[in-house]
Ligand binder design. Structure first.
Ligand SMILES: *Cc1c(COP(=O)(O)O)cnc(C)c1O
Length: 221
């Protein structure tokens, strides 16, 4: 199937959910991104700073770039002028660096805090205790050039649909709890970034507001 047809198919499936489709374009060449752009997509996700850097100037300015992969503090400066949303914040140190670079660029950068929800050891992200400690720290409250707009999580890489559903449900429950405890009066805190090509349907049923889909649009990598 063509990129166009894949996008149409996915858009049809997600149409009844209030959800943003982020096209994950990592490893894919510019013509593929241009095709997705022509099909109407505006949210593109890359997992490496260098690759985002090389593609960003070639696409129209209204593309919203999402950094979805692990981010090293020393690379924040490259994407700070234009990045739309950073999904993978997992430490106060990284948050402080994003704040610093955002200030230099005279902007506020939206961030998601990445939670470790998978039963695998390999995935990045914070556990609930680290997460609460971060939100309660005075350091975090002083950061005026970042805005925490929600949570991100990746389910275990498995065929076990029940396990995936349970992990997504856990992230949604945590989101609701954190919303109540810290962001009750903050309308911007509303995003739950969960779901990829293999599990976005489950993620939507469990309350995802943002799905990150790569191979189901562009083919396998
Ligand atoms: C690669 C990647 C995706 C998309 O994966 P697909 O299975 O190709 O849809 C989503 N999120 C993150 C963090 C990724 O690195």
């Amino acid at each position: 199937m063509s990129i166009n047809a894949n996008i149409a198919h996915i858009q049809q499936e997600i149409a009844r959910y209030p959800c943003t489709l982020v096209a994950v374009t990592k490893t894919k060449p510019l013509p593929d991104l241009e095709e997705a752009y022509k099909a109407g997509l505006r949210h593109f996700g890359e997992n490496k700073v260098q690759e985002m850097e090389s593609k960003q100037p070639s696409l129209p300015a209204d593309v919203r770039w999402h950094l979805i992969g692990h981010l090293q503090s020393n690379k924040v400066k490259y994407i700070a002028p234009y990045v739309h949303l950073i999904h993978s914040v997992d430490s106060i140190g990284l948050l402080k660096e994003i704040n610093k670079q955002a200030l230099k660029n005279n902007r506020v950068i939206d961030c998601l805090l990445q939670m470790h929800i998978a039963s695998e050891e390999t995935k990045f992200g914070m556990d609930e205790n680290e997460f609460y400690a971060l939100l309660q720290s005075t350091e975090c409250k002083e950061l005026k050039n970042i805005r925490i707009v929600g949570l991100m999580g990746m389910a275990t890489f498995t065929d076990n649909q029940q396990l995936i559903r349970k992990e997504f449900r856990g992230l949604k429950n945590l989101f609701d709890k954190v919303k109540f405890d810290f962001f009750k009066h903050d309308a911007a805190f509303k995003e739950i970034s969960m779901g990829m090509s293999g599990d976005y349907k489950i993620a939507l049923e469990e309350g995802s507001t943002m799905v990150r889909v790569g191979s189901a649009i562009f083919g396998s990598r």
